[in-house]
Design a protein around this ligand. Structure first.
Ligand code: B12
Ligand code: SF4
Ligand code: SF4
Length: 390
């Protein structure tokens, strides 16, 4: 998943230097405040809210092992912060609780989005963009709403210490949300809820308020292994263990440089992220529509690969304005589309359709970028004789 690893932002952090004494607050006052927070969060579009303490159990060990095995690939920021991710109190001194929040992102009118999701993967000449990335960049949406929620709390109780996060800093968000009772961890490693599947984003507010903590929920994967079986690249190497270097989300978004050849044909027409492990999950029939308008589709459904490959940089920037896709830049976009075109070519029937795909690729055979040229050459090689097509 794309990340914005920025340091403290004055709008989203606050140090309570003159905190009025809350020592006198009893459990009842704290319970009431927790209830108010749930209500305000709902008004801001969050679907579920939980509160957790900072005891991270075996998460630190698992994280250290994940890093030791090199599963983070080029995501240096994961290694850079090391196990600090598993120590919220060291990350933001003074923190005693984390308020974890979930925001559903399925676009309105998605209908049977699971069936539609599988169908799109068979439409080889169309680009498949993972559902979360078809709408407005969630970092912006969640961050501003988390900051608003923190300010709402402040308006009620006066200055307090807080910091908000969403995919933006060294925080083990899934683990915190699991502990806060927002769901259980699926075998694909994502958080999963009985009432909402896994199609939601997570965000947190670290606070210095001793709010009452919620209990984790029970787990409901049972013997199921559908996500593991569905993963095209075998990235879920064991239940709860993901080798990011094999994950299409990493390969199409996080990875700079060439996509390893062994994964290219497995990527199919997925040009930005991947939803397969979530499409396969039976709990996602309960996935909920987004409550905020920002997550309704921006017209990136059924995007034609040939048309998307023709975008120059200005068109790319214009068509992806406000979308997380913009973060990968035009060159990686073309790299990803070239792979999609190569895979479409491999499956194409002789005639006009094949000629159209080959012609689109050939227009970028001499692209200024060596990365794009190499992926174009690979793509043309997916069908014998494609380079002979005029
Ligand atoms: C790095 C990252 C990625 C990487 C690596 C993913 C990963 N699973 O680690 C890549 C680029 C591949 C990625 C992909 C996606 N991501 Co991402 N990603 C993150 C990020 C920034 C950090 C995740 C992390 O800490 N990984 C480190 C490893 C160690 O964590 P872990 O795999 O969860 O391992 C834990 C457990 O599995 C367990 N564990 C590990 N080993 C073992 C072994 C045993 C035996 C056991 C029992 C347990 C266990 O302990 C570990 C520590 O808690 C988070 C945001 C954040 N700051 O937390 C978003 C986040 C996890 N991503 C998110 C999303 C939406 C996605 C995608 C769906 C996007 C897409 N459609 O393409 C895919 C899904 C892929 C998948 N199956 O995970 C959401 C998930 C929301 C949810 N419902 O859970 C998050 C929370 C962002 C957000 N704020 O909403 N992502
Ligand atoms: S996002 Fe796709 S590639 Fe990554 S683990 Fe899930 S199914 Fe596998
Ligand atoms: S597909 Fe099955 S194993 Fe995977 S997360 Fe969903 S319920 Fe759990």
């Amino acid at each position: 998943m794309d990340t914005t690893h920025d340091p403290v932002d004055p709008d989203t952090a606050h140090d309570a230097s003159e905190v009025p004494s809350r020592k006198a607050w009893g459990q009842t006052r704290l319970q009431e405040l927790a209830q108010d927070i749930r209500r305000w969060a709902g008004e801001l579009g969050f679907a579920r809210v939980g509160i957790t303490d900072l005891e991270m159990g075996s998460a630190e060990e698992h994280l250290a092992e994940w890093l030791r095995r090199g599963f983070h690939g080029q995501m240096d920021y994961m290694a850079r912060h090391g196990v600090l991710r598993a120590r919220p109190a060291e990350l933001v001194p003074g923190t005693v609780r984390v308020i974890a929040l979930a925001m559903d992102y399925l676009p309105d009118g998605a209908g049977d989005w699971v069936e539609a999701g599988w169908r799109e993967l068979d439409e080889t000449e169309h680009a498949t963009i993972s559902v979360y990335a078809r709408a407005r960049d969630y970092h912006k949406v969640l961050r501003s709403r988390l900051a608003r929620l923190a300010r709402r709390i402040e308006a009620e109780i006066g200055p307090f210490g807080y910091r908000v996060f969403t995919d933006s800093a060294p925080v083990l968000e899934v683990e915190l949300a699991r502990k806060a009772g927002l769901g259980w961890r699926g075998k694909h490693t994502l958080l999963l809820s009985r009432t909402a599947g896994s199609m939601f984003f997570l965000g947190e507010i670290f606070v210095d308020l001793p709010l009452p903590a919620d209990a984790p929920t029970s787990e409901h994967c049972g013997e199921c292994q559908r996500c593991i079986a569905a993963c095209p690249t075998g990235a879920i190497v064991a239940p709860y263990e993901l080798d990011a270097r094999r994950c299409i989300s990493y390969l199409t978004i996080e990875l700079a440089g060439a996509i390893p050849v062994e994964f290219r044909s497995l990527i199919g027409n997925r040009v930005y992220g991947c939803d397969d492990c979530q499409l396969a999950c039976p709990w996602n029939k309960y996935a909920q529509s987004a409550r905020v308008d920002d997550f309704h589709s921006r017209g990136l459904d059924a995007l034609d690969l040939v048309a998307a490959f023709a975008w120059d940089e200005t068109t790319f920037l214009k068509n992806t304005e406000g979308s997380p896709i913009r973060r990968i830049g035009h060159e990686r976009w073309l790299r990803n589309i070239a792979v999609g075109l190569g895979n479409a070519l491999a499956k194409s029937a002789p005639g006009a359709a094949r000629e159209r795909l080959a012609a689109a690729l050939k227009l970028r055979e001499d692209d200024a970028s060596a990365l794009v040229r190499e992926h174009v050459a690979w793509a043309l090689g997916q069908h014998p004789g494609a380079s002979q097509i005029p």
